[in-house]
Each structure stands twice: as structure tokens, then as C-alpha cells.
Design a protein around this ligand. Sequence first.
Ligand SMILES: *[C@@H]1O[C@H](CO)[C@@H](O)[C@H](O)[C@H]1NC(C)=O
Ligand SMILES: *[C@@H]1O[C@H](CO)[C@@H](O)[C@H](O)[C@H]1NC(C)=O
Length: 388
Amino acid sequence: MKFVATNFVLLSMSLAAFAAVPLYGQCGGNGFTGETTCVSGATCSFQNEWYSQCVPGGAVTSSVPVTSISSSSTTRSTTPTVSTSAGPAPTGTVPLNGLIGYGAGTTGGGNATPQTVTSCAALAAAVALEVPAVIYISGSLSGCDIIDIEADKTIIGVGSNSGLTNGSGFRIRRTGNVIIRNLKFHVSPEKKDLLSLDNATRVWVDHCEFSSIGMVGNKDTYDGLLDISHASDFVTVSWCKFSDHWKGSLIGHSDNNAAEDTGKLHVTYHHNSWVNVNSRLPSVRFGTVHVFNSVYNDIPTSAINSRMGAQLLVENNVFNNVNLAVVTDLDSDLEGYAIERGNVFSGTTTTRITQVGSLSPPYSYSLDSTANLASIVANGAGVGKISV
Ligand SMILES: *[C@@H]1O[C@H](CO)[C@@H](O)[C@H](O)[C@H]1NC(C)=O
Ligand SMILES: *[C@@H]1O[C@H](CO)[C@@H](O)[C@H](O)[C@H]1NC(C)=O
């Protein structure tokens, strides 16, 4: 896949020999031998060691990591720049099927013999056993209330309409090594989260969908879509869709929880779609969080919120009509830290970073270009996109 993509880039380059690199085209990276000058109005910006890209503007550093970003408070109001080019649905360089980031090493139920459940009761019984298990949920299970998941479980939805709905949710508490994939979560019990990680270690949430009834009624009728608290650690949330809700994903539940949470709450979010959610996408206290290659649309309050000394790295995301896409001085006693680089801001979108962070993730990863990211995520995120 990578080989084909590389050839395609080389072919396009030879066709456009010596022309300046267009907006969002590649302009540098290890082994790159093509044109490095961007079209007028764009600057070559480092994305990772393999990829530099022409981004709008003239003041961005070229081909080196961004190491300091001054405090900024900007409002960008431009026409959307999200790619809508015709042709086959693009796939990125990051595979649809694979665990990367802080959650790496999560094995769930491993090779336990798979079993299929079709009722809340059967599901609750299967996930409560203290043995490794691989559990397929077939169908949309309604009114399950909150089901506690014990250690060493892989829970997978069958097809493209399996999951938990209408007063149902999962909690992973004081345990870990859980994989949750290809499930639709819709409407938790009142006051509860759809998926709650409470002192949970090693969790991978992949190709899931989270939603409720939208930003209507009281914002506290339901709690979060996916909340992570009480010293939870080593979590990856990938290729999921979050939509139509007040409170998205809260990491660290209270300003007063430093004793438990400091040094914990390592979470990677990548290739997620966030649409029409009011705030907390995520909101992070104390934690260490890497958000990359995600697409945000129509977020009225705030998206990525760094609080209480949290360290965030926010890179190669696309934000369209997002109030406070990245913010570090909201809602808490102490401000957080953030690095933002390679992101695309369009529509009416603002950022406010008062403290530049220092997060450099310890794992290796590659970044998709933002040029086709909207299509890559639309194409790859959510249920029914992987064969499991
Ligand atoms: C939702 O759950 C309630 C109570 O559990 C039940 O009475 C109702 O029929 C359910 N609605 C649907 C659409 O499944
Ligand atoms: C987390 O769970 C472990 C194992 O049950 C327990 O020993 C520890 O005290 C818990 N920590 C917190 C912060 O709740």
C-alpha cells in the first residue's frame, strides 16, 4: 500500500516537474527528492520525519519540528479547505486495522474461542467472568443499564448495527486489558457515561460510534460519551465517531484528583470523527494525550481542552467551525499545555494556547496528510468498516 502510494506521488511529481508544490502537497521528508518550494501564500511545514507539507501562510517553520509556538489567540474565518476531490475514496498511510499509541500492548481476550451474545443478560454474564474471553455482540441491545467489564476481554459488534442502546453502557473499573471494537453506543442511562474507564489500564476502543439525542434538553441528563478517570492509563481510541451530544470525552474528572491522576491518563486519539458535540473532545486534566489525524465539525463551545498541567500534542487534525479548537486556559484552577502543529483550521475556528507543551510520544507512528483526511476518516471511521 505504501509502495503504491509512493509511486503515485513520484508519478504526480514527474508530471508536474519543477512546478511549485501546491497547497497540502509534500515538500520534504526523509528520502524525498522532489520540489521543496511551495506555491505563493503557502509554507513548507514539518509534519513528521517522513513528511513535510505546504500549508497556508508564510510564517511557519520549514522542515524542522515545531519546538516553540507563542501564545496565540486567533480567529480564522476562511472558506473551508477540506478536500472534496472526486475519485476513489482515499485511504491513508495509517492502516485501518492496527493498534498504535499509548494503548499498544492491549491483547483483550487473545485467542479465546469466540462466543456470540444476543441479549443484555448473556452479555453481562460473559464479560463478568474472570477468564479471557472474545465476545461478539449480535444486534442492538436495549436497556442493558451499565455493564461492568472484567479483565482480558475482547468485545466486538457483528456487522454494522450491533451495540448498546437506550439506557445502556459499559464500565471498565479497577481492571484492564480490554478491547472494544465495531460497536454502536447510543444513549446511556441517565447521569451515566456510555463508556466509562475508571482506574482502567490498557484499553483499546476502535471503530465504535458514540451518540445520544443531540444538544437538546439539559446538558447533564446524560454524562459523557467516553470518560476516562481515576488513574486510568494506556488507552488508544481510534477510528471512532462521536456525535450529537453535550459532553464528549472527559479525561480526569476533577481538579482535586492530582494525587491519583498525576503521571497517569496516557491516551492516544487518532482518526476519530467529532461532529456536533458541545465540548470535551477531549477535555484533559493532569493527563498526557496525543490527538492526531482527527476531523472536527461544528463544535460550538470547545474541542481539545488542556487543564491542570495536562500535556497535549495535537497534530494533523482538521477543524471546521470549531469554537476553541485547542485551548489551555478554560474551566480549571490551573492551565494546561499544548503543542499544535500541522492542523488545518477552517470556517469559523479559534484556538487559544497560553502554555506551549513538551509532549513527544515515546512510540513511533506515522501521520496521514491533512489533504485527504476528511475523506479518509469519513471512509474508515465507525462501525462496518473492518472485518472482525
Ligand atoms: C427503551 O428502554 C425502555 C426501558 O428499558 C423500554 O421500555 C423501551 O421500550 C425501550 N425503547 C426502545 C426503542 O427499545
Ligand atoms: C485501582 O485499582 C487497583 C486494583 O484494584 C487498586 O489497587 C488501586 O488502589 C486503584 N487505584 C485507584 C486510584 O482507584
